[in-house]
Design a protein around this ligand. Sequence first.
Ligand SMILES: [Ca+2]
Length: 370
Amino acid sequence: MSFGFACFPEDGSDAEKLTHAADVAVYYSKRNGRNRVSWIGEVPASVKLEFAGLEDKIAPTEEPPTEKDPAPPPTAESSDKLPGSTDPGSPPSLEQQIQLGLERNEFEVYYQPQVSLRDGEIVGVEALVRWRHPERGLVMPGEFVPLAEQTRLICQLDLWVLEEACRQVQIWNLDRPANHPLMLSVNLSARNLEEERLPETIAQALAKTRLNPHWLQLELTETVFAEISEANIHLLQRLKELGLGLAIDDFGTGFAGMNYLRFFPVDTLKIARSFVQSLDASPKSKAIVESIIGLGRNLKLAIVAEGVEDGKEVACLNAWGCKLIQGYYFARPMPRAEFEALIKPGLQNSSNSIPALKKKPIELAQFQVS
Ligand SMILES: [Ca+2]
C-alpha cells in the first residue's frame, strides 16, 4: 500500500491543488517500491514532471503493480526526467522510448551474484535490467519499470531479459563443472501471468538458449499471490512442470498473508531488503527475519537474503541459518563483462570460489549476534 500527503496551505491553496499534490506524493511512494508514506515536499522535481507526463495516460486511481528490482534514488547518471509527453512535435513519450529501446537493443542485463555463506562461493546470479539510453546514459529500472508495468511493455522487457540471461548463463555454465552450475534468477512481473501461453513462451526461450530449466528460477512478488485463483495455481504448476524453480521476491512486504504457501509450488523465499537493512536498528526486524528463516526451514524452502550491506547483517543471517546472500556487501549488480571477470578464477580452477569474497564470511566471527 502506498500513501502520500500534502499540507494546507504550504502545498496547495485549494482542494484541487492539495489533492493533486497528494496524488503526486502517492505516485512517488509507488515508484519507490510502495509500502511507504511520502510528503509532496520530498518529491524531486524530475518525478513531478514525470507524473505530469503520465497523467493523461494513466487513471490516477489505478493501482500500478509492484516495482521489481527497486532502484536506488536517481543518481547523477539518471537524475533528469525522461520525456513523458505525447504532444505532437514533442520528444517521444517514455512509453514510445521504451518500445524504441527494445527495438534498438538499448536494454542491458546486469548480473548480481548470490553467494553461499558456507564457503563464499558464487552459486547464483540475479539478472537485472538496465537501460543504456542514447541520450541519458545508464537509466535505472525505477525510472521506467513502473510505466512499463502500466503499459504491459514489461512483458516484452521481462522476456527479453529472460532470454538474454538464459543465453549468457548457459555459456558460462558450459565452462563450469556439471555439478556446480550457476543458478539464474529472473524477475517476472505479475502482468506476465495474464498470458495463458506464458509456460510455452518460457519453454521456447529455454529451448532456444539451451539452458537447463533446473538452472532457472523465476522471481515473483507476493502481489501475485494476494488472490489465490485456480487459473494462477494452474499456470504456476505448468511453469513448474518445465523443471524451473519459483521464488517469492520481497517476501513479507506484499500484504498477501501466507495462505498461498499451502497452495503454490514455491521453492525459495527472498527476504526483502527493508527487513535486512533494519536488522541493526530494529529488534522487530530481527524477529521477523529470524522467523522467515525458520519458516523457510520448516517448509523446506531455500532462503535468500537480499540487500545485505554489512558484516553485522551477514553475521545475524548466518547465525540464524540463512545460507544465501545477495547485496552490496559482496557485490553490486554489474555488467556482463565484469561479472565474467569475477567468476573467471572459478572457470579456470573448476571451482566457484572467489578469494576476495571468501574471506568475508570468515571475518564475521568478530561480530556478536544478539
Ligand atoms: Ca528480484
